[in-house]
Design a protein around this ligand. Structure first.
Ligand SMILES: Nc1ncnc2c1ncn2[C@@H]1O[C@H](COP(=O)(O)OP(=O)(O)O)[C@@H](O)[C@H]1O
Ligand SMILES: O=P([O-])([O-])O[C@@H]1[C@@H](O)[C@H](O)[C@@H](O)[C@H](O)[C@@H]1O
Length: 379
């Protein structure tokens, strides 16, 4: 169970094992490339861990064409190319459902096999594939070598059009991963992905976390559910929000927070991520203050620690106050990237802007009469 591993990690300092390929992301809008960036859940999550001083180990495969410096060296496959995703931000209408982007996997690196994983045990495993690189046997091996495994559903239910690589989703129960669910700790899904599983069924086996953009997230476990408040953000690019959320959630658990407080940290990192294009660069002062608050919060919670694992899901006393303090810290710290609009050169080290002749004007929020929520449009 999630919290058992939390307690173990306080005694042994084993790292978190992150499994998923790095990729190259190409962000496209109005038929023009707006940015090319390091992508893949592994890059967004390790970015959060680095800044929260959480030690981790990444197993990721790339080709010789991989072009970004990363803190955790990937396995280079000479016979394969790095996974590439094209994200289209203006094709977001599929029948009646709105999506903030259409993804196409235009290149796929090799899968990650059980033999690619380390022999040593980890307290936490994160199965965070993006391009179908995690096989059922790889997840099974992760379950064997990690005390608790956190899984992003996108690693399990994505299929890729054989002609143009468009990402489609299949029902979780139709995948080879389904029998493994009772052995994992947490399954994370965005609200778009959550409709591809039976939440009522899956919550009997593991904790389910459903993220819902600017509305925050919701936790579902066997005996209850709990909504976790969002943080305000000026969204520039939704890419990596779910990954940064997941990094924040697990960072919180590793630090010893209760599940609802850790999910709040996830919401904070998700909200910081959408404010920048590509891999976010977090403000050092903000991170220092957030780290301080997490330490204080952990000490407060130790004072009334509950022994029953299931109770760890309940909102601990002072949770709202923790949200207020984190929100205030976010508000007082100006974004470290001042020029982070679509049409400005980015100062993020690992994000590269490509100049195109006619950039659109600033993103503008327009109400779409077909849907309740406003959608982001570019003129
Ligand atoms: N516009 C936003 N404002 C504030 N927080 C956001 C926004 N978009 C995303 N987030 C945060 O990031 C998390 C993940 O975003 P979501 O869009 O649900 O995932 P995904 O990127 O996988 O589609 C949300 O639960 C929320 O905490
Ligand atoms: O936006 P998000 O869902 O958190 O995660 C994204 C993946 O869905 C996408 O396939 C990948 O190319 C991005 O780099 C990022 O990892």
């Amino acid at each position: 169970m999630v919290t058992t591993a939390v307690h173990k990690s306080q005694h042994q300092q084993s790292p978190v094992l992150i499994v998923g390929n790095y990729c190259h992301d190409v962000l496209i809008q109005n038929n023009a490339v707006k940015a090319v960036s390091l992508g893949g859940a592994a890059s967004f999550i390790s970015n959060v861990f680095n800044r929260m001083s959480i030690s981790c180990n990444v197993v990721s495969k790339v080709g010789e064409d991989f072009k970004y410096p990363v803190s955790y060296t990937p396995i280079v496959i000479p016979t394969s190319k790095t996974t590439v995703f094209h994200a289209y931000f203006d094709l977001g209408f599929h029948g009646k459902r709105h999506q903030d982007r259409i993804l196409k996997r235009v290149c796929a690196c090799d899968p990650i096999r059980p033999s690619d994983l380390p022999d040593t045990r980890s307290n936490y495993g994160m199965a965070v594939g993006v391009g179908g690189e995690i096989l059922p046997e790889t997840l099974e091996r992760m379950i064997e070598i990690c005390d608790v495994v956190f899984v992003d559903i996108q690693a399990l239910i994505r299929v890729f059009d054989s002609v143009d690589g468009t990402v489609k989703l299949v029902k979780l129960e139709e995948t080879g991963f389904y029998p493994l669910l009772p052995r994992i700790g947490v399954l994370k899904a965005s609200s778009e992905e959550a409709v591809f599983m039976d939440v009522e069924e899956v919550r009997r086996w593991c904790c389910v976390v459903v993220t819902n953009g600017k509305h925050g997230c919701k936790l579902y476990w066997k005996d209850g559910e709990l909504g976790i408040s969002p943080f305000l953000a000026n969204q520039e690019d939704p890419t990596g929000a779910g990954d940064s959320f997941f990094g924040g959630l697990v960072a919180g658990l590793v630090q010893g927070l209760a599940v609802p407080d850790a999910a709040l940290l996830g919401n904070l990192f998700g909200s910081l991520s959408v404010e920048q294009i590509g891999l976010p660069k977090f403000d050092t002062r903000l991170l220092q203050r957030v780290n301080d608050e997490v330490q204080k919060r952990k000490m407060q919670c130790l004072l009334y620690e509950r022994s029953d694992d299931e109770l760890k899901f309940l909102r601990p006393e002072g949770h709202e106050q923790f949200h207020t303090v984190l929100a205030a810290e976010k508000l007082v710290t100006p974004c470290s990237i001042e020029e982070h609009q679509w049409n400005s050169p980015s100062s993020t080290k690992e994000t590269e802007q490509i100049a195109v002749p006619h950039f659109p004007k600033q993103p503008k929020l327009l109400a779409n009469p077909m849907y309740e929520e406003p959608i982001q449009r570019f003129e």
